[in-house]
Design a protein around this ligand. Structure first.
Ligand code: NDP
Length: 250
């Protein structure tokens, strides 16, 4: 179902960079103007890259809103701000990575990943569901990962967060189907975004107390160089994922 303007209202999380930014711009620049994009980010000071890329679409088919998916209050505030317009499509894109031997990662860091990648999605779905159910219409898209399907060494916690989210969404899909609400998952392999850079910056600062020498050597000398090679050789662009997302919602 489209909004009164005839455009579908699409809310996207994590639009300050990477895949979210590119999905927002691709949909806002749709040649048939089928979408009104509410591009959200937790820090609106980071809006310039998105605004530049959106060009003329900014302020017309694309508007901005603050949203931190880790905050109950922020999620409630954002969804209540757009309630009158009704969200037709929710794209849960915001996510964080975490790489390294488990012994080097604190429980607090692990919780941050689950707060974003798992509970962030749960919060969003819980908040948009009542209106979608009432209208018996809607589409929820979740940016999972190939690591939501397959465990990958040294990505233990990230993989676990995406597996948890996949399980939640697969179960929810059955419930939502009865209300004509679709739930789709996108599972990209490596994509060239700031995601990889941010993880590598964290790895550069990593300490290895209590980690055995073999694991450290395997991580630093084997895993890291080969994962960089895989990214270089196989990495898709955010544009590839944005096009795929557009196909999924069409
Ligand atoms: P980026 O790091 O470029 O983008 C991640 C986005 O999520 C940023 O806008 C970031 O905002 C936002 N974000 C992080 N935490 C929060 C939060 N608490 N509330 C709101 N927004 C938040 O990475 P990608 O574009 O690559 O990642 C997008 C999605 O794609 C993620 O879910 C990721 O797991 C998934 N993915 C990525 C792959 C890759 O290889 N790049 C492969 C497979 C899946 P901020 O700028 O404020 O940090």
């Amino acid at each position: 179902m489209a909004s009164s303007s005839g455009q579908k209202v699409v809310l996207i999380t994590g639009c300050s960079s990477g895949i979210g930014l590119r999905i927002a711009v691709t949909l806002a620049k749709d040649e048939k103007k089928r979408y009104h994009v509410i591009a959200t980010m937790r820090d609106l000071k980071k809006k310039d890259k998105l605004v530049d890329a959106a060009g003329d679409a900014y302020g017309k088919t694309l508007t901005l809103m603050p949203l931190d998916v880790c905050s109950d209050e922020s999620v409630k505030q954002c969804i209540s701000n757009v309630k009158d317009r009704h969200i037709d499509i929710l794209i849960n894109n915001a996510g964080v990575g975490l790489l390294g031997p488990v012994e080097s990662i604190s429980i607090e860091e692990m919780k941050r990943v689950f707060e974003t990648n798992f509970f962030g999605v749960v919060r969003m779905i819980k908040e948009v569901m009542p209106d979608m159910k009432k209208r018996r219409s809607g589409h929820i898209v979740v940016m999972s990962s190939v690591m939501g399907l397959q465990g990958v060494v040294f990505n233990d916690v990230y993989t676990a967060s995406k597996f948890a989210m996949e399980g939640f969404c697969e179960s929810m899909a059955v419930q939502l189907m009865k209300f004509n609400i679709r739930l789709s998952m996108i599972e990209p392999g490596p994509v060239h975004t700031e995601f990889e850079t941010k993880m590598m910056e964290d790895v550069a600062k990593m300490e290895y107390p209590g980690v055995d020498a073999d694991t450290i050597r395997y991580f630093k000398d084997v895993y890291l160089p080969s994962s960089i090679d895989i990214f270089e050789a196989m990495g898709q662009t955010p544009e590839d994922i944005a096009k795929c997302t557009k196909k999924v919602i069409e």
